[in-house]
Design a protein around this ligand. Structure first.
Ligand code: CUV
Length: 639
């Protein structure tokens, strides 16, 4: 890629610098491979390629006689709907299986089989226990923890027909009734996913609307899994509070042993944080100045939120961290680890360590991570990294000098604490009053990945700048939070540069009352992808406070670079909850006008939330702002 092309494909200065380097050193990255894939298959892009049975693939051409249906007779709307919801099944599986591991660990702690873990946030345990109906009076903490863990595990496979506990204890009455009436309330996470795979098997469901409703049921399971994951992770490791850190490749330290945690599961990354602290002396004995942990993707977000571990890159630029030549070890667990990282590791001294039995990359070094021996396993990996440090090649060291300050750690509870400094009796009123007074227009939540189909990091940044100007309060999770972190939007730099007068006044008022040493950011970092549950808690609290339904709330979401199946799954439950959701890439829906219409219009009539597909970030910002402003306007008339 030429310099011009590189600058057309990322707005992250560190990524651009590393891509130049990759070009000169002939290292192939996702950027190159995306280009090599062009043009991508149009049948796949529009969702009309059916590979569900092996009579296929059937590719639908509606205008061509005989090719307007699949061999089995499936219409294009059936095919597009089935393909779409199978993404949701994949996403819900990933999120919920992550949640299941966390729940099993809580059970192991309660039963004494996970000696390295403990109940860190007892208050949260009590709050969650009460909410999900576990008796707390006069009982031991570990007894309560055990019942909470079992209650969570029951949400995966209970056999009664009551809706999942973590769904129905975290949403409002109106949504409960809506999900019951539309029959999309899951009664068990695993069941809804298995049923969806069944429903979309050859020769089962051909009704696109029914298929989509099955998809939404699995999407609500996705929510259930992440909601319990967030709760129990907070119980085990602490509920995040505001924390100061940094982001971008400049956080790598040439004088320290650099270890990246990459993936999603905090059971590992959190233990790596603890182990690194204990092995600091060994690192120094090896001639380094210490251990420098950095995060990539969502497990990075987890340890940023709780421990202030700096973010090195988000999904799009993960390979580039290795090219700095100072990353001694990359530890992976599950999800979003591009296999391409191994090829780059081979060009340097970086050791790639896999830890999960379901996530291995050929050639990586496997250290199986078990909850029973967690600390020992984490220490083993760090010792490998210390050995690796000696193999560093000084001539290959190249760290782009870019990093920005980050203020993160805004769990729902931390937000309420912050608001509570102004109004202790009703913290959430601080946010809703500001909306009713017109100081801020509403809220936009940014989530999701990087996608090579967009300019790396640009859509999220562009939309956020535009919404900031229009006084819209913003929160974020996932790799979008990574994009904001690297660009300085998670610090006061963002406020000074982009906030409109109302938003600035609001943030400054929070800041003056916060009692924090750090200034507040333009965008509030609420965590990893599973922590989108925190954002759902926020909108539910806002709606309850205003005495309205979620679909009436001036609240929108945006996944400017949605990429993974998980992102599709999240987007689907977000719209079911009543939130208009922008997606900045076109998912494979365009092959069926009917399915496209359900996602963008019919969904609005049924759930109040709907998708807005717009690839131009400036136009997307207009659309999102308009939706929020319209809802705010209606709300003021209503009140
Ligand atoms: Ni779970 S799912 S690329 S790491 S946000 Fe990042 Fe976030 Fe998407 Fe993956």
């Amino acid at each position: 890629m030429s310099t011009q092309e590189i600058n057309r494909r990322t707005v992250d200065p560190a990524a651009a610098e590393m891509l130049e380097y990759a070009e000169s050193a002939k290292m192939s990255t996702a950027w190159d491979r995306y280009k090599a894939q062009q043009p991508q298959c149009k049948f796949g892009l529009t969702g009309v390629c059916c590979r569900i049975c092996i009579q296929g693939p059937c590719r639908i051409i509606p205008t061509k006689a005989g090719m307007d249906k699949g061999i089995c007779g499936a219409d294009v709307y059936t095919i597009v709907a089935r393909n779409l919801v199978r993404y949701i099944a994949g996403g819900a599986s990933a999120h919920s299986d992550h949640g299941r591991e966390i729940a099993y660990t809580l059970l192991a702690v309660a039963e004494g089989h996970a000696p390295d873990y403990k109940i860190t946030d007892k208050d949260k345990l009590m709050r969650v226990a009460k909410r999900v109906g576990v008796e707390t009076e006069g009982r031991e903490v570990l007894e309560i923890a055990k019942d909470v863990a079992i209650k969570a595990l029951e949400d995966f496979g209970k056999y009664d027909h009551d809706p999942c506990t973590w769904l129905y204890t975290t949403i409002d009455e109106e949504r409960k009734a809506k999900f019951k009436q539309t029959t999309i309330a899951p009664t068990a996470i695993d069941r809804s996913i298995a049923q969806l795979l069944h429903q979309t098997h050859i020769g089962v469901d051909a009704d696109p609307v029914n298929i989509i409703f099955g998809g939404l049921r699995a999407a609500l399971s996705d929510y259930t899994g992440m909601s319990l994951a967030t709760d129990i992770t907070d119980i085990l490791f602490g509920t995040p509070v505001p924390v100061l850190t940094e982001a971008n490749l400049g956080v790598l330290d040439p004088e320290k042993i650099n270890i990246a945690v990459h993936g999603h599961n905090p059971l590992l990354s959190q233990m790596v944080v603890y182990a690194a602290r204990e092995l600091e002396a060994e690192a120094k004995a090896a001639g380094a100045k210490g251990i420098n942990l950095v995060g990539i993707c969502c497990t990075g977000n987890e340890v940023l939120m709780r421990e202030g571990v700096p973010t090195a890159t988000n999904f799009g630029s993960q390979e580039l961290a290795i090219m700095t030549g100072v990353l001694d070890t990359m530890i992976m667990d599950v999800q979003c680890i591009a296999p391409g990282v191994k090829d780059i590791c081979d060009c340097f001294h970086t050791l790639l360590v896999s830890t999960s039995n379901i996530a291995k990359i050929p050639g990586s070094y496997h250290v199986e991570f078990k909850e029973a021996t967690a600390m020992e396993d984490a220490k083993k990996i760090i010792k490998l990294a210390i050995e690796q440090y000696a193999k560093r090649k000084p001539e290959l060291v190249k760290i782009p000098p870019y990093k920005k300050q980050v203020v993160g750690g805004f769990s729902f509870e931390a937000m309420m604490d912050l608001f509570g400094k102004i109004n202790p009796d009703s913290p959430i009123s601080v946010l809703t009053d500001a909306i009713m007074a017109g100081e801020i227009k509403g809220v936009c939540a940014f989530a999701g990945c990087n996608n090579q189909k967009t300019v790396h990091d640009d859509p999220g940044l562009t939309i956020a700048r535009e919404l900031a100007k229009r006084d819209i309060f913003m929160v974020s999770t996932g790799c979008m939070a990574g994009a904001f972190a690297k660009a300085g939007y998670l610090s006061s730099e963002g406020v000074e540069a982009y906030a409109g007068p109302g938003l600035k006044k609001f943030i400054k008022r929070l800041e003056e009352n916060s009692g924090l040493k750090a200034s507040l950011p333009l965008v509030f970092h609420m965590g990893s992808c599973v922590d989108n549950s925190r954002i759902a808690n926020l909108w539910t609290a806002m709606a309850q406070n205003l005495g309205i339904t979620v679909p009436q709330l001036p609240f929108a979401a945006s996944a400017p670079e949605a990429m993974s199946e998980k992102a599709i799954s999240i987007g689907s439950w977000v719209i079911s909850m009543g939130i208009p959701t922008h997606v900045g890439v076109l998912p494979p829906l365009e092959g069926s006008e009917l399915v496209y219409g359900v996602a963008t219009q019919i969904a609005k009539d049924v759930f109040g939330g709907y998708f807005m597909f717009e690839t131009d970030p400036m136009k997307a910002a207009e659309i999102i702002a308009e939706k929020i402003e319209k809802r705010a306007w209606k709300l003021k008339i209503l009140k």
